[in-house]
Design a protein around this ligand. Structure first.
Ligand code: ZN
Length: 251
């Protein structure tokens, strides 16, 4: 595996081009702000990819050379091709890491990899979010205090329809009263998967240093450590003597 962690940041990149408020916060796109942010917290070789590039910027060669895929999408989940989703899923099962952000909870790839509907409650009301650190010894929580706050965010509330996470690292509390499992990990095949809740496009969330530190930590944690594509059921010879080594499998 390469020394530098090779991170591909995928961003739908539509809101920034269509909405003045979002453009003012992310003039070069959410993907560029995340790239700069994680660069302050690690040694990454960052590539970016967006929806309107050929193959959404996620060709077989790009994904094969990716240790961690970060995903931000919102309004155009349906436009992401099944072929690219199939390809990314196979890379994850082979060992590529996946970091899904905010409204990426409804992306085809996240729903595919978790196998549930990933639905939730939401409200856009400029309210405060307080994120509580439940696992300060986990590598993704390195450098994160007991809690931190985002002055304005979109609310996501339970029930979040996900499989029970392998580790629940943070819970968010919102000013309006709801709570949400906002930092979760899973292992699928050989791939490590992380979901992180904050990041609504009309707020400067990816300029927050704790937020980008968590994303950087998640890239280190989920980086590809193996590349083991395996879709075959292999018939193999016995290591030790067995009673009937030539027996044919009857289909
Ligand atoms: Zn949002």
């Amino acid at each position: 595996m390469a020394d530098k962690i090779r991170v591909t940041i995928w961003n739908e990149y539509l809101h920034e081009l269509e909405d003045d408020t979002v453009e003012a916060i992310y003039p070069n796109g959410i993907h560029q702000t995340i790239a700069e942010g994680i660069g302050r917290h690690g040694n990454f070789e960052v590539t970016t990819a967006t929806l309107n590039e050929p193959e959404h910027g996620l060709s077989e060669q790009v994904l094969q050379a990716t240790d961690v895929l970060i995903w931000w999408g919102h309004k155009a989940h349906a436009q992401v091709s099944e072929e690219v989703v199939d390809r990314a899923q196979q890379q994850i099962l082979s060992g590529m890491g996946l970091v899904v952000l905010h409204s990426g909870h409804f992306s085809k790839l996240f729903k595919r990899i978790l196998g549930t509907n990933c639905s939730l409650k939401w409200r856009e009301a400029d309210e405060k979010e307080r994120l509580w650190n439940l696992e300060p010894s986990h590598p993704i929580m390195e450098g994160i205090p007991d809690y931190f706050e985002l002055e304005q965010e979109e609310m996501y509330g339970e029930r979040f329809d996900i499989p029970t996470p392998d580790k629940l690292l943070m819970i968010s509390w919102f000013q309006g009263g709801e709570v949400f499992r906002s930092a979760c990990t899973w292992q699928q095949g050989h791939g490590k998967v992380f979901y992180f809740r904050p990041g609504h496009e009309t707020y400067p969330t990816y300029h927050n240093d704790y937020v980008v530190r968590i994303i950087a930590n998640a890239c280190k944690w989920s980086r590809r450590r193996v590349d083991l594509p395996n879709q075959e059921a292999l018939q193999v010879e016995a290591i030790e003597p067995v009673p009937n080594p030539g027996k044919e499998h009857i289909v």
